[in-house]
Design a protein around this ligand. Structure first.
Ligand code: MF3
Ligand code: CO
Length: 250
């Protein structure tokens, strides 16, 4: 496989799917509170996606059962919504959503505190989000995929946290996952060169403790090996002559 570059028309379409993903995430975020189950969040997202005229991207993808991934505390990514997983004060929940509109995909994630959380976990959310913003700053024509990963890794490790290696960002377009892979670690100047028209989903997953991950018996939910909390933020970003354009912004 190789990298598919998008025309301006295609990027405009991806901005529309990205905007829908953001509206879904905003609606779900508002509903996060102690006593709410991750299945309640799934229901809100499913209704919102339909209201906005899009289709969910995750449901049915390799038989994934839901429109959201909801990953709580030590769950890194791909947590499956469940009516028995009721959020409580002090939890953190990552909400990952993808949609397809007129053949083009959007994919984004946020991590949200449930009520008051520990200062270390508040810092985890801040640093993970800042690492995504820092990575986006490197996404100009002529830089490389290694520059993106290095930008994430440097900030995360400087703050004493660690970057998950097993899951990476990706190209996105008429398919949810396209080339290239976009690791959240790397070496400046190495890897694929960034070209005009590339659209990449950048998605740092950051653990408080050690970087190791394992997948639970449900075959989806990835958790930290050491039980420490993990955060996840994701944006789709187009590489343009005018610099990076965040397609999943408000
Ligand atoms: N943002 C995640 C990813 O790109 C979510 C995929 S969930 C899946 O891997 F169900 F679609 F696999
Ligand atoms: Co993604």
């Amino acid at each position: 496989m190789s990298v598919i570059v998008k025309s301006q028309t295609e990027i405009r379409k991806m901005r529309e799917s990205g905007r829908i993903v953001r509206r879904v995430l905003n609606a779900v975020k508002q509903a996060v509170a102690p006593g709410v189950s991750t299945m309640d969040l799934e229901k809100i997202a499913e209704k919102k996606i339909q209201e906005l005229g899009a289709k969910p991207a995750f449901k049915g993808y390799y038989d994934y059962p839901c429109v959201l991934c909801t990953s709580v505390n030590d769950q890194i990514v791909h947590g499956i919504p469940n009516e028995k997983r009721v959020l409580k004060e002090g939890d953190i929940v990552s909400i990952d959503c993808g949609v397809v509109l007129d053949g083009y995909f959007g994919d984004a994630a946020i991590t949200v505190p449930v009520g008051k959380i520990a200062p270390e976990h508040a810092k985890l959310l801040e640093v993970t989000q800042a690492s995504l913003e820092r990575a986006i700053g490197t996404m100009v024509i002529g830089n490389t995929v290694g520059d993106i990963g290095a930008a994430v890794q440097e900030l995360v490790e400087k703050n004493g946290f660690s970057v998950v290696r097993e899951f990476v960002g990706h190209g996105i377009g008429t398919r949810l996952h396209e080339d290239p892979q976009v690791p959240n670690f790397g070496v400046r100047g190495f890897g694929q060169k960034l070209k005009e028209g590339m659209v990449l989903a950048v998605e740092p997953m950051v653990n408080v403790g050690r970087p190791g991950a394992r997948v639970l018996d449900d075959q989806w939910t990835a958790v930290t090996e050491d039980g420490s909390f993990s955060a996840h933020f994701e944006h789709c970003v187009a590489i343009t002559k005018d610099g990076p354009v965040v397609l999943t912004a408000d």
